[in-house]
Design a protein around this ligand. Structure first.
Ligand code: GDP
Length: 164
């Protein structure tokens, strides 16, 4: 009897990826190339300086953390590259490409990862990626709602206008 071949399919997903200000200046091309070479489609992309209000909203889940104000300050300190990435299993795959939050840990456990290669420290850690599908769709809507949504745009228009 011939063995049945089993193929696994992961659904196409979208995740939100950000090249943070520390990495955009020096490593933009390398990071974009690695994204493309890894089979992600960049469905939406824009370079922007986040306002303080947008950075606070973007990281609102961390409002209570001791490092929140540092984090907001850092995210506004220069341009970010905001991207919606599409691929099978995109959320998990982009997190794996990023590596652990702390680059010291990343260098130990995932030396090929973006954070191992490009992050400065646990705060200025080069890239962001959504941790689950719900966050991904929420943040993509927040940052790209003016482009990708054809519904009611008014709630996004103020936010979009604060972007360069
Ligand atoms: P991520 O999902 O790997 O980005 O990590 P978290 O969601 O836990 O944290 C969000 C971001 O806050 C990180 O990417 C870092 O930029 C920053 N951050 C996380 N933990 C720390 C910390 O302990 N100290 C400082 N200064 N920043 C941190």
């Amino acid at each position: 009897e011939a063995e049945r071949e089993i193929e696994f399919f992961f659904p196409q997903e979208q995740t939100l990826a950000v090249i943070k200000p520390d990495a955009l200046e020096e490593h933009r091309e390398e990071i974009l190339e690695q994204i493309r070479n890894s089979g992600f489609t960049i469905s939406c992309m824009k370079e922007a300086v986040l306002s303080r209000e947008m950075a606070e909203e973007f990281y609102k889940e961390h409002r209570e953390k001791a490092f929140f104000s540092q984090l907001v300050e850092f995210m506004c300190c220069g341009p970010c590259m905001l991207m919606a990435l599409t691929k099978e299993n995109a959320v998990e795959e982009w997190r794996a490409m990023m590596g652990p939050t702390d680059p010291a840990v990343a260098r130990e456990t995932a030396p090929e990862s973006l954070r191992a290669r490009f992050a400065t420290d646990i705060l200025q850690n080069s890239v962001h990626g959504s941790s689950n599908l719900q966050h991904a769709s929420e943040k993509i809507d927040f940052l790209f709602g003016d482009i990708v949504s054809d519904g009611d745009l008014s709630s996004h228009r103020d936010a979009a206008d604060t972007l360069l």
